[in-house]
Structure formats: structure tokens, C-alpha cells
Write a protein that binds this ligand. Structure first.
Ligand code: ZN
Length: 166
């Protein structure tokens, strides 16, 4: 991966033991992540582990880097295309009214984007607010395996991909 001058990024191999998101990327690329949706160009797309809003996905940079603003322009262009491709698929799969994009890094510094479909109430109680203003029990509700599988299949179909492994 080409990095901007001054970048503090290290390779996934060097950081993989310490970084949970590097581990998620490795599991996804090995076909072992239960929430895997798709491998894109510079990133992998997973369903978020909590589904208060069906289709909430997370786009993880394949390589370990901790600051989006220090990525090389070429990488940013590739991951931005991945993000929009993922958002179009989430929109097509869910029929959402809007897509939110969030790159925070406060909890997991490995560069990643939340791709969050937003809906009208009552499904989405406060569609004009960021999702993180919602109560923890709403945010951290997990997801049933059958629901996850159904959503993953819809997003994969919208990406033009078949069933997992196809
Ligand atoms: Zn990492």
C-alpha cells in the first residue's frame, strides 16, 4: 500500500495480533467471518455486529492505517469508490431514505467507515440525529443469525455478487 509521507501506518502483518479490525479483515479474507459481505478493491465490507437499523455495514480498510487523512490519494480514491459502491448496495437492499457515512476511529483506530441506512420513524426513531445519540440498548442489540444472513444476501445481490463462495 502506498502511504503519504509521514504516515505512521504499519502493515497488517505487523499489527495483526494487536488490532481487532486487522483480525476481522483476515477472517473475512479467509472466508471465516460470519458477517462477511464482500471483498471490494481497497476494503472489505462486513455487516455491523449490531443491527438496530437493518443493513448497517462497516467498511474496513484491508491494510492497517490509523488516519484517513494520512492515506495516499490513490488509496483514498479506491476506498471512496468502495464506500459509494457499498452505499448503493445498502440502499438497494434496504430501501432506506438516506445513507450516513461515519469515519470516527475513537474506539478502533484502524481506518473504517460505518455505512448506516436511515429510515423514517418508527424504525428509525430520530432520523435527523446521528445514531450514536440513541440509547445503548437500542444500539447494542446484536443480530440474529437468520436476520444477518438475509441482509447479507440482499446486499451481496445488490453488489452483483452471488451467494457466499459463489
Ligand atoms: Zn488494523
Amino acid at each position: 500500500m502506498t502511504l503519504a509521507p509521514g504516515s505512521v501506518a504499519v502493515t497488517a502483518e505487523e499489527s495483526g495480533r494487536a488490532c481487532p479490525l486487522c483480525q476481522s479483515v483476515a477472517r473475512a479474507l479467509a472466508g471465516e467471518h460470519p458477517l462477511f459481505i464482500a471483498e471490494l478493491d481497497a476494503a472489505v465490507l462486513l455487516l455491523h455486529e449490531h443491527q438496530p437499523l437493518a443493513g448497517w455495514s462497516v467498511l474496513l480498510l484491508k491494510d492497517h492505517a490509523e488516519h484517513a487523512d494520512l492515506l495516499a490519494d490513490e488509496v483514498l480514491a479506491r476506498v471512496h469508490r468502495d464506500m459509494i459502491r457499498a452505499a448503493r448496495a445498502v440502499r438497494a437492499a434496504t430501501g432506506c431514505a438516506r445513507v450516513n457515512y461515519a469515519c470516527l476511529g475513537n474506539v478502533e483506530p484502524h481506518v473504517h467507515w460505518h455505512i448506516i441506512p436511515r429510515f423514517a420513524p418508527p424504525i428509525d426513531p430520530e432520523p435527523r440525529a446521528t445514531v450514536w445519540t440513541r440509547p445503548a440498548e437500542w444500539l447494542n442489540r446484536g443480530v440474529m443469525p437468520e436476520q444477518a444472513a438475509g441482509t447479507i444476501a440482499k446486499v451481496r445481490s445488490a453488489l452483483g455478487m452471488g451467494l457466499r463462495g459463489a
